[in-house]
Design a protein around this ligand. Structure first.
Ligand code: FAD
Length: 430
């Protein structure tokens, strides 16, 4: 992408053009054994769109300039969706500081000596989507002039902007090991070895009262308890959480099912618990003035918004969006994923918000489609150390209303991050 100052960033006038749904990775995905429902949706979407697109090519100078900021689930899903939905009608730029995408949910397995989580060079996905990759970081947005200023001093113009810069993590407890998925193996490998050798007999895992990712603490607890059982050593595992029930945000069905799995593994859960860790191994719980002494404490981090300069933010720095992922009171700016003010921080949700943004932007570029609002559905896999469980929850009002958790006995496991485009793409690269 060119870098300019005060350039005219008017809408493209170009005609519609075909995109390549049956070329490149889209074609490869069809031969993958991917979930039939999702693949069906993808095929229907691409087939319908191919029929609608007249066969003229928009000159590159007239294409809608779409700038994607972030190299996580949200922006990669948006890149793939846009290249399918709007193909030749847009020019894509991906701005990200890190050279690779990391499949974050699978980092939970690394301290247990499983294979490393999947990594993918951003240059590869940029090439597959026709995006230009800029290795730099966002410093601020100037919505009035439709410019993004980068940390290195570049100015990137856009006609439509998608922000997917994620959340920021902070340590809530000084005397606990706080989960940081960038170095989970380094943080927890020694602890898991101590469990295996019987040195750690009481383990506590704390969910802080602040916003955090819902799943990893339950997965770590189940996997640690399972590993102790496998090694024939005693381990008392306790989860302390302010939730009313385990994974309450996923709804009653899923919560009930995960409670049963935890009970089977002997993992105790103290709910409605607000914890403090005043010194090593000591936990104070309110309400009730209860105390717990353990050998080791693991805690989830607290998540905060990044307070992006130039854009609206809620009191914690998250970006407020509507159900088409449009940033409130700002034109041509969209946000998706952990950076938004949506209450559940989850990869599948990031992808659904990205799809909603991509549809709106594709329509803006001239694609013949009716942008659909974002209807949150949580779908994913709970790692238990034994048979993984598939979870699905339909969300309204911040909680799952209808949800279930089923054992995965046959066929390929569904992806940890349920994403219409990104999941099959990553599977084709695994
Ligand atoms: C251990 C763990 C387990 C999880 N398990 C699951 C699961 O099973 N299923 C599930 O769906 N979700 C899971 N999640 C949550 C999921 O990983 C996140 O919700 C998801 O990664 C959010 O995607 P995102 O694109 O919004 O943000 P991120 O993944 O945080 O990506 C943000 C991107 O923005 C880039 N960036 C940051 N700052 C800037 C800047 N200034 N300029 C440009 N780029 C910037 C970053 O480098 C990164 O590439 C888990 C999370 C963790 C940590």
């Amino acid at each position: 992408m060119e870098t300019v100052e005060g350039e005219d960033s008017s809408m493209p006038l170009g005609s519609l053009a075909p995109s390549g749904p049956t070329s490149g990775w889209f074609a490869r995905v069809e031969s993958e054994n991917y979930g039939p429902q999702k693949l069906g949706q993808l095929k229907l979407l691409t087939a319908t769109l191919s029929k609608l697109r007249p066969m003229t090519v928009t000159p590159s100078s007239k294409r809608l300039r779409v700038l994607l900021v972030g190299g996580g689930v949200a922006c990669l899903e948006a890149a793939l969706a846009l290249s399918d939905l709007a193909g030749e009608q847009i020019s894509l730029t991906l701005l990200a500081p890190s050279p690779e995408f990391v499949y974050r949910p699978m980092t939970v397995r690394e301290p247990f000596a499983y294979a490393r989580a999947q990594r993918l060079a951003l240059s590869e996905i940029a090439a597959d989507t026709g995006a230009e990759l800029v290795s730099d970081a966002l410093a601020r947005v100037d919505p009035e002039h439709r410019l993004v200023h980068t940390a290195a001093g570049l100015q990137l113009p856009y006609d439509a902007l998608v922000l997917g810069v994620g959340a920021r993590i902070s340590v809530r407890y000084e005397h606990a090991v706080t989960i940081d998925d960038e170095r989970l193996d380094e943080l927890l490998h020694g602890l898991i070895q101590d469990i295996e050798e019987g040195y750690v007999k009481r383990l506590a895992l704390i969910v802080p009262a602040a916003m955090t990712w819902p799943l990893p603490i339950y997965e770590l607890a189940l996997m640690a308890a399972g590993r102790a059982e496998d090694m024939n050593v005693k381990l008392a595992t306790t989860i302390l959480t302010p939730e009313d029930s385990p994974l309450a945000i996923f709804g009653e069905g899923a919560s009930q099912a995960v409670s049963e799995i935890l009970a089977e593994r002997g993992v105790e859960v103290i709910t409605s618990a607000y914890s403090e860790v005043p010194s090593t191994g000591k936990i104070e719980i309110t309400p009730g003035d209860r105390r717990l002494e353990v050998d080791r404490v693991i805690a989830m981090p607290a998540l905060h918004g990044p307070h992006v300069k130039g854009l609206p933010a809620d009191s914690d720095g998250f970006i407020p969006v509507d159900d088409h992922s449009r940033v409130r009171d700002t034109e041509r700016v969209y946000a998706a994923g952990d950076v938004t003010d949506f209450a559940i921080k989850y990869g599948g949700i990031a992808a659904q918000q990205a799809d909603a943004a991509a549809q709106s932007i594709a329509a803006l570029a001239g694609a013949q489609l009716q942008p659909q609002p974002f209807h949150p559905v949580i779908e994913g896999v709970l790692l238990t150390g034994e048979t993984p469980r598939h979870v699905r929850a339909y969300i309204t009002g911040g909680h799952g209303v209808q949800s279930d958790l089923v054992e995965l006995v046959q066929g390929p496991p569904p992806p940890k991050i349920a994403a219409l485009y990104l999941a099959p793409y990553l599977r084709s690269r695994a």
